[in-house]
Design a protein around this ligand. Structure first.
Ligand SMILES: Cc1cc2nc3c(=O)[nH]c(=O)nc-3n(C[C@H](O)[C@H](O)[C@H](O)COP(=O)(O)O)c2cc1C
Length: 169
């Protein structure tokens, strides 16, 4: 798919078919995340692939929306700040790196006809407990991964004139 089509076609899918995600597709989206750039190439993230079958009750504690656990797979991305590059003023880039990797994964999924939806409004304590996250590992975002059972609505975005400034603030 043309990149310009890809970015316009991606939308937040909030209804999924029960069909399984073929293993090759799963591998491809994971490889897209692996290919993402990270600060100083530290790759300070871990991806957690969760097969939803039989885990619906657990997943509803993580994020309550029904569509979240409707997809056959949920993917979580975690930042490992102790492995990340840190700017001289102390700003740690683990979240940025993890977010870029997740975006690569999401765009690759769109390219394959799979649906995704960024989820940040999850319960972090439930995520820690259900996924057994150790200290120093922060869940950043989740997405269901599956075939869409809805269609895209209109994209509402601010005008570029509201989003872009040239040369200075
Ligand atoms: C960082 C981030 C967190 C988000 N968290 C949620 C969420 O918790 N629940 C949800 O339904 N949508 C969530 N979204 C989806 C946004 O609502 C959606 O991307 C936005 O409204 C634009 O719509 P579109 O993705 O269909 O283009 C999130 C998106 C981003 C980028």
């Amino acid at each position: 798919m043309e990149f310009s089509d890809l970015v316009t076609r991606r939308y937040s899918v909030r209804a999924y078919k029960p069909d399984a995600v073929p293993e090759e597709m799963l591998q491809k989206v994971l490889e897209a995340a692996q290919a993402a750039p990270t600060a100083a190439n530290r790759q300070p993230f871990q991806i957690i692939v969760i097969h939803t079958a039989g885990r619906q009750a657990e997943l509803s504690r993580l994020y309550h929306r029904e569509w979240f656990r409707q997809a056959p797979v949920v993917i979580g991305i975690c930042a490992v700040s102790g492995q990340a590059w840190t700017r001289r003023d102390g700003v740690n880039y683990a979240f940025v790196d993890a977010t870029i990797a997740m975006d690569h994964l999401i765009l690759a999924a769109t390219d394959l006809g799979l649906g995704t939806c960024w989820v940040a409004a999850f319960d972090p304590a439930a995520a820690r407990q259900l996924l057994g996250l150790p200290e120093g590992v922060e869940p950043v975002a989740f997405t269901p991964l599956g075939f869409p059972a809805d269609t895209a609505g209109p994209k509402t975005r601010k005008a570029l004139t509201e989003l872009v400034r040239y040369e200075r603030w």
